[in-house]
Design a protein around this ligand. Structure first.
Ligand SMILES: [Ca+2]
Ligand SMILES: [Ca+2]
Ligand SMILES: [Ca+2]
Length: 215
């Protein structure tokens, strides 16, 4: 085979290998770009959701009937009746009860997203209906990966009884308020922490998404 024949026959073996290598590289790049975009979409969704709940909590606190952010425990809610709540998800359950109480309508345009995020991973109920959703479930709000958002009001940062959470798959794990490494104190001393366990489904790890700003 001389060089003229090669030109007439089109690709040599080396050229073919180069083409295959380029095609596989492009494929890898496309897959990487796609999974990267998906990750960003879910993280963006969690960030946006936390911001909308933050705004609602500000409305809740400024309502003269409340004056404070919702507690992160269900102690003292009369509608629980004689039935004691179980020990998991208490913070986010108290938040849902407060924001979906029949007398509070501060969710406005966000109520659809709020209702879409309702779940009950630990499958518990109150004696009487405590929310406007027509069920006695003690609901949580779930993140884009199916796990409850964790909620701690600043007054409850030191309360270890509020640290048990039930993941979407039923596993019970420990959740702690995030500590600012510079001040050694929990973030948001005058407010609350609301955060997602992030993509890894574990609380208090690097990929968590929360409502504090690194300083
Ligand atoms: Ca519970
Ligand atoms: Ca529950
Ligand atoms: Ca995490």
């Amino acid at each position: 085979m001389n060089s003229n024949q090669v030109a007439e026959n089109g690709f040599t073996l080396v050229e073919l290998l180069v083409v295959i290598a380029i095609i596989s590289l492009l494929g890898t790049l496309m897959i990487t770009t796609f999974t990267g975009a998906q990750r960003d979409a879910e993280e963006f969704e969690a960030e946006a959701f936390i911001k909308s709940i933050e705004a609602t909590l500000d409305v809740y606190r400024s309502d003269r009937r409340n004056g404070v952010f919702p507690p992160s425990t269900l102690e003292g809610f009369p509608a629980l009746g004689s039935k004691l709540p179980n020990k998991t998800n208490l913070g986010i359950e108290a938040l849902v009860v407060c924001l979906s109480a029949p007398g509070f309508d501060g969710l406005g345009n966000d109520s659809e997203a709020f209702e879409g995020a309702l779940t009950n991973t630990d499958e518990d109920f109150s004696s009487r209906r405590m929310t406007k959703f027509g069920a006695k479930d003690l609901f949580e709000l779930q993140d884009p990966w199916g796990n409850p958002y964790a909620y701690f009001r600043a007054q409850d940062y030191g309360n270890r009884n509020l640290q048990a959470y039930c993941l979407g798959d039923g596993e019970i794990v420990t959740v702690k308020p995030w500590v600012n490494p510079k001040t050694k104190s929990p973030y948001n001393q005058n407010g609350f922490q609301l955060f997602s366990a992030g993509r890894d489904g574990e609380y208090n790890t690097e990929d968590d998404i929360g409502n504090w700003r690194e300083q």
